[in-house]
Design a protein around this ligand. Structure first.
Ligand code: PBG
Length: 326
């Protein structure tokens, strides 16, 4: 069988290409830091910045100009305490930021909020600590998550994305949104999220590394999933689909493409992948060292997500990819 006939010229190769990355697929994360003046490059993520409240609108404007469809916001508040009070304040950092984007840009770009507490707590865990159990208290965290969801919704967010891996959170958030006239707000669940080493640089970016002492664990393994488990990975997304998630997610992406493929085959909601900080930093480090070509490596990785079944991609490469696609 001659397979090389169809590879001989680029027009024919284009005709038979099965998967594409387009600008419609891309979501750009934005880190907003209270009291920062201007922007501050994250050491472990060259090319990615924390933005002050006087600077992040420029970043959003750039995303709009490039044709990116959505941003996902992460906040680094000045005040961090045991229950993440800033996230529960209608005048808190994320609520303010959503309102500003919506006032300035209207529907030119979708605003998604990461709904979690690790950036807002002084201990860096994703909810309220139960010292007896030495872990995050599931149901107490559901209660504050509901408040956080209403604050984001009231601020005008287009979609919320709960990322704390609490059991029952999709059902809880769907109910509270529906009961408060926010039934039109979709939920993108970080449905299958692993306890991964690939989040390392994010914790610099969001200043959210989990701390530990005799009452709290040093990692997130009591709520995020074991990277070795694929059956449980499917179950997590099946449950969130059942609870009413509008979009499912696999995170991280690159080392978990088998999981992406399985979940795509076994569920019926759109599927997002999160191409996380450590995946970005590896590619950047290799290309800045001159070991690999940044653009082709990035596009190959993004295309592999589409091939595995992703419908959309949260990636720190989004702006760079959109530039190439333009
Ligand atoms: C919040 C959250 C994290 C990331 C996205 N949302 C941190 C974590 O779970 O530790 C990581 C994203 C990345 O590494 O780029 N829970």
């Amino acid at each position: 069988m001659n397979l090389r006939r169809l590879r001989l010229n680029s027009n024919i190769r284009d005709l038979i290409r099965e998967n594409y990355v387009t600008k419609n697929d891309l979501i750009m994360p934005i880190f907003i830091k209270e009291e920062l003046d201007g922007k501050n490059e994250i050491k472990s993520m060259p090319g990615i910045y924390q933005f002050g409240e006087n600077a992040f609108l420029d970043e959003v404007a750039e995303c709009i100009d490039l044709g990116i469809k959505a941003v996902i916001l992460f906040g680094i508040p000045k005040l961090k305490d045991s229950c993440g009070s800033d996230a529960l304040d209608e005048e808190g950092l994320i609520a303010r930021s959503v309102r500003k984007i919506k006032e300035t840009f209207g529907d030119k770009i979708a605003v998604i909020t990461d709904l979690c507490f690790c950036e807002f707590t002084d201990h860096g865990h994703c909810g309220i600590i139960n010292p007896k159990l030495k872990t995050v208290d599931n149901d107490a965290t559901l209660e504050i998550s509901k408040k956080q969801a209403l604050i984001h919704a009231s601020a005008g967010v287009d979609m919320i994305a709960p990322s704390g891996m609490m059991d029952g959170i999709i059902k809880a958030l769907r109910e509270v949104l529906d009961n408060n006239e926010f039934s039109h707000i979709p939920i993108m669940s970080y449905s299958t999220k692993f306890a991964s080493s690939f989040y390392g640089p994010f914790r610099d970016a969001a200043e959210s590394a989990p701390s530990f002492n005799e009452y709290i664990p040093k990692d997130r393994k009591t709520y995020q999933m074991d990277i070795a488990n694929s059956r449980e990975a499917l179950l997590e997304s099946l449950i969130d689909q059942e609870e009413g998630a509008d979009i499912l997610m696999v995170k991280p992406a690159l080392a978990f493409l088998d999981i992406v493929k399985t979940i795509k085959e076994k569920t019926l909601r759109p599927l997002c992948v999160y191409n996380v900080s450590g995946e970005y930093s590896m590619v950047k480090a290799a290309s800045l060292s001159g070991w690999m070509d940044y653009e082709s490596l990035m596009m190959e990785i993004l295309t592999s997500f589409k091939r595995a079944g992703a419908d959309m991609i949260i990636s720190y490469h989004s702006k760079d990819a959109a530039k190439i696609l333009n």
